[in-house]
Design a protein around this ligand. Structure first.
Ligand code: NDP
Ligand code: ZN
Length: 351
């Protein structure tokens, strides 16, 4: 089968691979729509998770089941499914102690385009189909559905880790598709004022649609200063980091009030250490909580997010600014994610 792969750090290309085969609990899925992620860019062009050779890229897909293992109960060939970016093993010992994202080791729930072949192919293999797939309802578009698999679960996880309470002032640093979903998630969680940081015009427009009240352009001056000015020097209750490089942490620590929460959902592909400013962290005593997390995956998470789209609490398809047709367009779509033209939020490729 034909697939688009990371050949080695810094290099991508089309390859031929054997069509995968389903084990007893697994499924083989034919993608109907896929989307490239900024994480694919960190992985290929920064070598964020280390060297990978001829690994098929992509971890965001909606598809149709074409083959199932003998033990799969709830899915049949022909079923349309939402496939989470995170497809952990649900029968490991450590899953009883830890978050499923780290079942089998740190970040090991993230299999596609990290530790196994991803979804940019004619077919892909899904572990533990009954636990990792969700049925796609009729009234949800492919554009919306593909956003659920990663963008929505990640952005919403930012709002979850920030532990937003009614009326909180929340800063969302970065309003690419991940940050936009953090804005929407913060809004649904009851944030009062939402301050969003970014500069691409379509991202700004959609941030406002999803509930951002103030927009800060980080190119117009120091982000922390701008946010402190907006909040009369008080800062914000919660900060979600969804953009910038490792230096963005010092901005987050500066703008977050004592006792506040900082939730990071960025993938830092480069740099040795992440700086935290001593004084603004109250010399270590300010009760500013810092969390960072990989998005939740698995079937139940997908089913719950599907409910939010199905019952029109949110329309994630607004982020699909560039929609392509045909597997051949995957390369163009991935390069858009690398170059980030000013009008881009997120490309989707319908297969
Ligand atoms: P984008 O590149 O589309 O968005 C990044 C945003 O950050 C943009 O709004 C950008 O502004 C803004 N930004 C860039 N530099 C700065 C800066 N110095 N200060 C403030 N804002 C800045 O990325 P995505 O939304 O696609 O992804 C965001 C991150 O989430 C990536 O690192 C990605 O790998 C990661 N990710 C993590 C997951 C997880 O499970 N935790 C899952 C999926 C993705 P501008 O408008 O100017 O472009
Ligand atoms: Zn991703």
């Amino acid at each position: 089968m034909k697939a688009f792969a990371m050949l080695k750090i810094g290099e991508t290309g089309w390859i031929e691979k054997e069509k995968p085969v389903a084990g007893p609990y697994d499924a083989i899925v034919k993608p109907l729509a896929v989307a490239p992620c900024t994480s694919d860019i960190h992985t290929v062009f920064e070598g964020g998770v280390g060297e990978r050779n001829n690994m098929i890229l992509g971890h965001e897909a909606v598809g149709q089941v074409v083959e199932i293992g003998d033990e799969v109960e709830d899915f049949q060939p022909g079923d349309k499914v939402v496939v989470p970016a995170i497809t952990p093993s649900w029968n490991t010992r450590e899953i009883q102690n830890e978050r499923h994202q780290h079942s089998g080791g740190m970040l090991a729930g993230w299999k596609f385009s990290n530790i196994k072949d991803g979804v940019f192919a004619e077919y892909f293999h899904v572990d533990d189909a009954d636990m990792n797939l969700a049925h796609l309802p009729e009234n949800i578009s492919l554009e919306s559905a593909v956003m659920i698999t990663d963008m929505m679960t990640t952005g919403f996880h930012g709002a979850e880790m920030a532990e937003i309470e009614f009326g909180d002032t929340v800063a969302v640093i970065g309003i690419g598709p991940v940050g936009l979903m953090a804005v929407a998630g913060s809004s649904l969680k009851g944030a009062g004022r939402i301050i969003a940081v970014g500069s691409r015009p379509n991202c700004v427009k959609v941030a406002q649609e999803y509930g951002a009240h103030d927009i800060i352009n980080y190119k117009n001056g120091d982000t922390a200063e701008q946010i402190m000015d907006l909040t009369d020097g008080k800062g914000v209750d919660r900060t979600i980091i969804a953009g910038g490089n490792i230096n963005i942490f010092s901005t987050a620590v500066k703008i977050t009030k004592a006792n506040g929460n900082i939730a990071n959902i960025n993938y830092f592909g480069e740099g040795e250490n992440i700086p935290i400013n001593r004084a603004e962290w109250g010399c270590g005593m300010a009760h500013k909580t810092i969390r960072g997390g990989l998005c939740p995956g698995g079937r139940v998470r997908m089913e719950k997010l599907i409910e939010l789209v199905k019952y029109e609490k949110i329309d994630p398809s607004m982020m699909a600014t560039h929609v392509y047709e045909g597997i051949d367009k995957i390369e163009d779509a991935l390069l858009l994610m690398k170059d980030k033209p000013r009008d881009l939020i997120k490309p989707v490729v319908k297969m």
